[in-house]
Design a protein around this ligand. Structure first.
Ligand code: DAT
Ligand code: MG
Length: 147
């Protein structure tokens, strides 16, 4: 079963959107296998966002993601990686469709509420950066054959 790494960024945590965002993925039918409120270190932020190292906004990105607690999560389900990206909406909230998380709650590109892995490779990499095996729960729901 596919897993993805989702993270409510400091803006989402401080705007009290944890419950709202978690609720969307719960109602969709995905399974939460790990979650924690945590403050990301500069080193971890630089590792997580390594692909953007050369971009002009890299410094700001690292400063922002380390500026306050994030809510780190691992979700499981069929096609959860791409479906979560669809539910998040476009990177720039100005381009994100209404009904998506960024479309409904974001304004600025740097503060776009949520991070989500963009491929199976990045999901595996990001999950291992933020969670140990012991922190992840494998369980079957009785309704799993319905959703
Ligand atoms: P996504 O988060 O949709 O995967 P990304 O990987 O291209 O988008 O960029 C990572 C984050 O960097 C993004 O969520 C917000 C920030 N970012 C992207 N483009 C930016 C820009 N032009 N200016 C400032 N921040 C930007
Ligand atoms: Mg990305």
């Amino acid at each position: 079963m596919e897993r993805t790494y989702l993270m409510i960024k400091p803006d989402g945590v401080q705007r009290n959107l944890i419950g709202e965002v978690v609720s969307r993925f719960e109602k969709k039918g995905f399974t939460l296998v790990g979650a924690k409120l945590m403050t990301v270190s500069k080193e971890t932020a630089e590792t997580h966002y390594a692909e953007h190292k050369e971009r002009p906004f890299f410094g700001e990105l690292v400063d922002f993601i380390t500026s306050g607690p994030v809510f780190a999560m691992v979700w499981e389900g069929e096609n959860v990686i791409s479906t979560a990206r669809t539910m998040m909406g476009a990177t720039n909230p100005a381009d994100a469709a209404p009904g998506t998380i960024r479309g409904d709650y974001g304004v600025q590109v740097a503060m776009n509420v949520i991070h989500g892995s963009d491929s199976p490779e990045s999901a595996a990499r990001e999950i291992s950066i933020f969670f140990t095996e012991e922190e992840l729960n494998s369980y079957d729901k009785t309704i799993s054959k319905w959703v």
